[in-house]
Design a protein around this ligand. Structure first.
Ligand code: COI
Length: 357
């Protein structure tokens, strides 16, 4: 099925930043996608319009009760100048799982994909070229009723905005220092940890600020009940090389089902590596760090891509990973993912989706 999405173009495109001036998520393109949902009728009035402010009443549900979900995915400019999205089907599926958890109406995956492709195609000149850069795509749905009852909104708005970006962390591909959080918790069994919902991020800010104040880039979250099992970093999933095995915590409902995580596990299996999705306790990790069997630690995420971890701190003790150097698997995964995304390596799993036919 094809979707006719009307486009209202900006009269005058904005000046575009140079590729070497890009940061993360502070510059937005000329256009955005919008649509609305009301009552039982589902989503309607899809349209591409100039990027600009949204008007909200102070009573709007999302501002009070955080009924909102989002996604993050990227479009890349290939060496052949074709612009492709990386695994948009996985983000769309996750968005709809988050929608179901947060009582937001789901979106027809075909309409969602058409919106992503057409919006990126309209702003294709904004997709940067330099190595390590991409166009970050941020779809968001939020509750838009002006109503102070604590109940699901009857109306919703959905938008997609685009931002040309470079690395998420100021460290770039250099190893991060991470603090294992032993006080605050990000999520708990039966909670919203697996959903990409605003409240998860709001709830993590204080721990992140305190860690940054002490010189760490982020916190590594432990499970919310025993504070024993490793979960995720909050802006990315986490993986370790312990001995010869790639190990990452399993998807038990409390951590985000990362698309980069899934892709990295696939690539490692393609390399013939042993891969285990299994619970990892902090005790096991620190024992591996002490004995030297912890060979690599790295985060995986759309924004963060592959972010090597060079140091873990837990209850005041510091553990160096690989003496703060980037490990060979982190490097190989980063290079291979980037090559697939830029069309320099065969896309064996069909991950790349051109935005124009
Ligand atoms: C992403 O990796 O796309 C994320 O959403 C993480 C963060 C920037 C919120």
């Amino acid at each position: 099925m094809s979707f006719e999405i009307p486009v209202t173009r900006v009269p005058q495109p904005k000046p575009k930043p140079r590729d070497d001036q890009l940061g993360f998520g502070q510059v937005f393109t000329d256009h955005m996608f919008l649509m609305d949902a009301a009552g039982e009728t589902g989503w309607s009035d899809p349209r591409i319009v100039p990027y600009g402010p949204l008007e909200l009443e102070p009573a709007t549900v999302v501002l009070h009760y955080a009924q909102s979900i989002f996604e993050g995915l990227k479009a890349y400019r290939g060496e052949d100048d074709v612009v492709r999205l990386f695994r948009p089907d996985r983000n769309i599926a996750r968005f709809n799982r988050s929608a179901a958890r947060l009582c937001v109406p789901v979106i027809d995956p075909e309409l969602f994909l058409a919106a992503l492709k057409q919006l990126v195609a309209v702003d294709r000149e904004w997709v940067p070229r330099a190595p390590g850069t991409s166009l970050y795509v941020r779809p968001v749905a939020f509750a838009s009723d002006p109503d102070l009852h604590v109940r699901p909104s009857r109306t919703y708005r959905f938008f997609i905005i685009l931002s040309p970006v470079a690395a998420y962390y100021a460290e770039g591909f250099n190893p991060l220092r991470i603090r294992v959080e032993d006080g605050y918790a990000r999520s708990i069994r039966g909670g919203t940890g697996a959903a990409k919902t605003a409240g998860n991020y709001a709830g993590s800010l204080l721990a992140g600020e305190e860690a940054q104040r002490d010189g760490f880039a982020q916190v590594l979250w432990l499970d919310g009940i025993h504070q024993e099992y490793i979960e995720e970093v909050g802006s990315m999933n986490i993986a370790f090389v312990i001995g010869d095995e790639l190990v990452t915590p399993p998807l038990t409902g409390t951590l985000l089902e990362g698309v980069t995580r899934e892709s990295v596990l696939q690539l490692a299996r393609d390399y013939g590596m042993s891969v285990a999705e299994r619970p990892v306790t902090i005790a096991e990790l620190l024992a591996a760090a002490r004995s030297g069997t912890l060979r690599e630690a790295f985060g995986t995420g759309t924004a963060a891509v592959i972010s090597p971890v060079g140091e873990l701190a837990y209850k005041g003790e510091r553990f160096r990973v690989r003496d703060g150097e980037v490990g060979p698997l982190s490097r190989r995964l980063f290079d291979d993912l980037s090559d697939i995304q830029r069309g320099r390596r065969p896309d064996r799993h069909g991950w790349m989706v051109p935005v124009e036919d």
